[in-house]
Write a protein that binds this ligand. Structure first.
Ligand code: M6R
Length: 598
């Protein structure tokens, strides 16, 4: 979703803003812009539809301007087409206020009508433009920018992170957030703001996340929080421990490739964490678990659900967060709700979490981004510590979340009864990082297996038991970055309709990692081969595959843990296919890394 950057200090603002926008590009966008306040207090801007290169080209070929304070934005269109006049920054008609926004102003229609009646002329179709005109109107009533902001915020419903330049305050950037992510960072003689940590890493790791509706003024000499009665206590900065190069490609062709190669290290770190994932008193009294999440985060719950039920004897439900928030799934006070989210900012998951809490549930969040909204609002949080994940397609965070859920079930089993099976899985988990490393050594083979896919229009995935959720995740990865239509089915389900789509040359990828179910899935493979499908089987190295079937043996792990290995194999298949099709796997079209709108 939209990315925001801001700077004030002694240096030229524009290059810093453009570099920051490039670091936020992974969030997904379709137009971009910057505004700078110059020495004379004039607000100057440059905007362009399309990729950042267009903005940079436009800026360098004529629009270049100078000034040491500014704001920038990458826009992921929600209201109005992705064109230049809808790109941010937006301006008041007299050019005295400039603003960038991430989020959605839900009452924008009503405000637009009101402002139009007052004579304001709109130059875009965005929901954002109402905010800049409201600010302008309030400026006529109050001379204090803080007061103007407070008056404006009272009129807004929805979500926002706003960065604002006032011509009356040269050298300053103002900011405020509600529901949408925004952090401010302190440097030496300069201050920054951004939607996300990677944009700030080259400049500072001392950051502060403003509370909802807290008004923040950035100046070269520091960050000031403005309360109702003037300056409040200085913000307490948090140190971000990430390496500056954690958000660089470090020689890999893409962030996705780099992040897949980080999986063994991420898993080792996660398995070494000794703190309890859930307070034992909660674990002891549970009557069931409900997982909520979106996209891959939903698949995390599915991947571990049947394992968790077997291990703990508790019923496990997995619900898509965007459905949970409106569908009153029965919840009892002793059921644990687990909110899974890499970004910790997914609007639907956050809303579902709030709904669960409203109904009295205890919510555990399994999150990557430290201090994110879901992490803060949950009753307890387990950080997977996967480091920044830049590629839109989640890979290392997905695997870390699945591993974290295994650990959660092991902890629940330990607090309740303990079991031999739990001890067996606990020991087996330690071998997974090495198995992933072995798999990563097979890149060339996997690339050759992906080669035939690059020309295809449809790919089907089939699997049974724990292999089915892994298929769902593999098919999501493939369609997300290669734009090939892909669907996943329980292997026994194809013949209830979908097999009519199988014809000569259609690829069917089968996962066969569960020994008791292997024969059954392989029958499904024979059924599709009999109809001309090009079957490719990923199987546990210890499960025999009949001759004549194209097959790739995965490194052996305990069958209950196989979803962790097959996930990586299918991530590699998706990556190779996208690359073979000449696509950028990091920034798939229409998608955003962090989906902060409903
Ligand atoms: O940040 P979250 O984990 O809450 O994101 C949820 C989904 O948007 C995300 O997993 C999405 O499906 C991925 N891009 C898939 O690779």
């Amino acid at each position: 979703m939209c990315g925001i950057i801001g700077y004030t200090g002694q240096r030229e603002a524009a290059p810093i803003l453009l570099d920051g926008l490039a670091r936020l590009a992974y969030r997904g966008y379709d137009s971009a812009g910057i505004a700078v306040s110059d020495a004379g207090g004039h607000l100057l801007y440059c905007r362009a539809a399309g990729k950042l290169e267009k903005l940079i080209e436009k800026y360098q070929s004529g629009a270049a301007f100078h000034g040491s304070a500014g704001i920038g934005h990458t826009r992921w269109a929600t209201h109005g087409a992705p064109c230049e006049h809808n790109a941010h920054p937006h301006f008041s008609y007299d050019g005295r206020v400039a603003l960038v926004h991430n989020g959605i102003i839900e009452n924008h229609r009503q405000l637009r009508e009101e402002l139009t009646r007052d004579g304001y002329v709109f130059r875009s179709e965005t929901d954002t433009e109402v905010v800049v005109h409201l600010l302008h109107r309030c400026l006529a009533e109050s001379g204090s920018e803080a007061e103007v902001l407070r008056m404006t915020l009272k009129r807004l419903s929805g979500s926002y992170a706003l960065a604002i330049l006032f011509a009356s305050r040269p050298g300053e950037v103002w900011a405020v957030r509600r529901e949408s992510p925004l952090i401010v960072g302190a440097g030496y003689g300069e201050t920054f703001l951004a939607s996300d940590v990677p944009a700030l890493l080259p400049h500072t790791r001392e950051v502060y996340e403003p509370a909802p509706d807290e008004i923040v003024r950035l100046a070269p000499d520091g960050i000031e929080i403005l309360g109702e009665h003037g300056s409040a206590a200085p913000p307490r900065l948090t140190h971000i421990a990430w390496d500056a190069d954690a958000a660089e490609k470090n020689g890999y062709g893409s962030f996705m490739e780099k992040e897949i190669h980080e999986i063994p290290g991420v898993l080792r770190r996660l398995l070494a964490v000794r703190e309890p994932i859930l307070p034992p008193s909660i674990a002891e009294s549970l009557t069931g678990l409900v997982f909520i999440g979106c996209g891959s985060a939903y698949h995390v719950g599915l991947s571990a659900a049947s394992f968790g039920e077997t291990l703990t004897g508790l019923p496990v439900r997995v619900v898509i967060a965007s459905e949970f928030r409106y569908h009153p799934v029965p919840l009892s006070a002793r059921e644990l709700v687990v909110a899974v989210s890499q970004s910790g900012e997914t609007a639907d998951t956050l809303a579902a979490l709030r709904e669960a809490k409203r109904r009295g549930a205890y919510v555990l969040a399994i999150v990557n981004v430290v201090g994110s909204s879901i992490a803060r609002e949950a009753d307890a949080v387990f950080y997977i510590q996967a480091g920044p994940e830049i590629a839109v397609a989640t890979t290392k965070a997905y695997c870390a979340q699945v591993a974290a859920v295994y650990r959660l079930f092991l902890a629940i089993a330990a607090a309740r009864t303990g079991s031999g099976y739990a001890a067996e899985i606990s020991a087996a988990l330690d071998s997974v990082p090495d198995a992933v490393e072995t798999l990563l050594g097979e890149r060339d083979t996997i690339r050759s297996l992906a080669a035939p896919l690059k020309e295809k229009n449809d790919v089907f995935f089939i699997g049974r038991g724990a292999d089915y959720p892994a298929c769902l995740e593999g098919s999501l990865k493939l369609k997300e970055i290669s734009y090939i239509h892909a669907e996943a089915y329980p292997a026994g389900e194809l013949k209830h309709g979908t097999i009519s789509l199988i014809s000569r040359g259609v690829p069917v990828i089968a996962l066969v990692t569960q020994p008791p179910l292997a024969e059954k899935t392989l029958s499904g493979v024979e059924e599709v081969r009999a109809r001309g499908a090009e079957a490719l089987v990923f199987h546990d190295g210890e499960v025999p595959i009949p001759p004549g079937i194209s097959a790739f043996p995965l490194p052996h792990v305990h069958p209950s843990l196989a979803p962790l290995i097959s996930a990586v194999a299918l991530e590699l298949i998706a990556l190779e296919t996208a690359e073979l099709r000449g696509l950028d796997p990091d920034m798939p079209r229409n998608l955003a890394k962090s989906v902060t709108v409903e």
